[in-house]
Design a protein around this ligand. Structure first.
Ligand code: FAD
Length: 289
């Protein structure tokens, strides 16, 4: 491991780049609230094919101007080596030291001819190491419930290992609501000699229809009992938030008690749900909440 993780668990937030100046102003206020608890870093998503390139840059500039450690996601599918190299040079020049390296998904309708120079994330990780040595701490994606396009769980695990062998320092998981899937995945990794920290990705539950849509798209499972309880709450947003908070809080507690090396919160640019979790978990910095 080139950038070993510090021993105590680490906690981070994920943002997505807003589309409008109003969205950016709102995000700036949310970042200030989230940053007050002292997360390790904020990551910023990137649309495959460069669809959010400028707004990802703008969001990163906002974080850097506030003196906050930023970790851009870089989804390489549809890009050439030269395009990725230009982005790496920019980030290096800005003093960025962390990246989340991903394949990304081609927008539907784009054929294989538009895939660009990178077919899989391991190729991107190799390229980053080749071009920038040990400059970046590289995080990659992990799928405790198996990536939706994987031929099977064993091959998916073998493909995850390729990314680690290519030079990833750590991983962040797709979100899940079944802690056993995470622990089983970590055990299987250890069985293959894969020892990097695997940070659970935590998605707060605040809106059932949105969550159901995301989960269908990314292959994350909402367990039947949870889906049925949320469905029964209909449009009662308050009830969904209160129940969702308790469910995710218990999940986080179980993960940390079981040895997870920290948590990466998918904030969806909303400070309230993730800070509530932070407070009830009693994480460092929660005193003022
Ligand atoms: P890979 O690791 O390349 O895996 C993709 C599939 O190919 C898997 O089924 C795997 O088993 C298989 N595979 C991998 N390597 C090989 C190989 N060498 N040979 C054959 N098969 C292989 N998407 C975005 O567009 N922007 C983002 O900012 C973004 N952020 C994310 C953050 C996290 C923490 C996670 C978990 C996902 C994120 N995604 C993002 C979604 C991600 O891009 C998709 O899940 C995508 O389908 C897979 O990306 P990957 O990097 O995991 O791909």
């Amino acid at each position: 491991m080139r950038h070993p993780s510090p021993d105590p668990p680490t906690f981070s937030f994920e943002l997505f780049p807003p589309k409008t100046p109003e969205g950016m102003a709102k995000l700036s206020a949310s970042i200030d609230r989230m940053n007050a608890v002292g997360p390790e870093y904020f990551s910023v998503t990137y649309g495959a094919g460069g669809s959010t390139r400028d707004s990802t840059f703008e969001t990163l500039d906002l974080l850097l101007a506030k003196g906050i450690e930023a970790a851009p996601h870089l989804a390489a599918i549809g890009s050439s080596r030269a395009q990725v190299k230009a982005i790496l040079d920019r980030y290096r020049g800005q003093g960025i030291h962390r990246l989340v390296a991903l394949r990304g998904d081609l927008p539907s309708g784009m054929g294989l001819g538009t895939a660009g120079d990178f077919r899989y994330a391991n190729e991107l990780v190799s390229f980053i190491r080749q071009e920038t040595g040990d400059h970046f701490r590289i995080e990659v994606a992990a799928y405790p419930e198996v990536h939706p396009q994987a031929a099977n769980a064993d091959q998916d695990l073998a493909n995850f290992k390729r990314k680690v062998e290519a030079g990833a320092d750590a991983a962040i998981t797709q979100y899940f609501y079944n802690a056993d899937a995470y622990f089983a995945f970590v055990d299987r990794c250890a069985g293959l000699g894969v020892q990097i920290p695997i940070q659970p990705g935590i998605m707060p539950i605040t809106n059932f229809s949105q969550l159901a849509r995301f989960s269908d798209a990314c292959g994350a499972e909402i367990p039947r009992w949870l889906r049925k309880r949320l469905e029964a709450m209909g449009d009662d947003i308050e009830a969904i938030r209160a129940f969702g908070h308790e469910v995710v809080l218990k999940l986080c507690r179980r993960l940390l008690a079981g040895g997870a090396p920290g948590l990466h919160f998918y904030s969806m640019n909303q400070a309230e749900p993730v800070l509530r979790l932070w407070r009830d978990l009693g994480l460092p910095g929660a005193e003022g909440l």
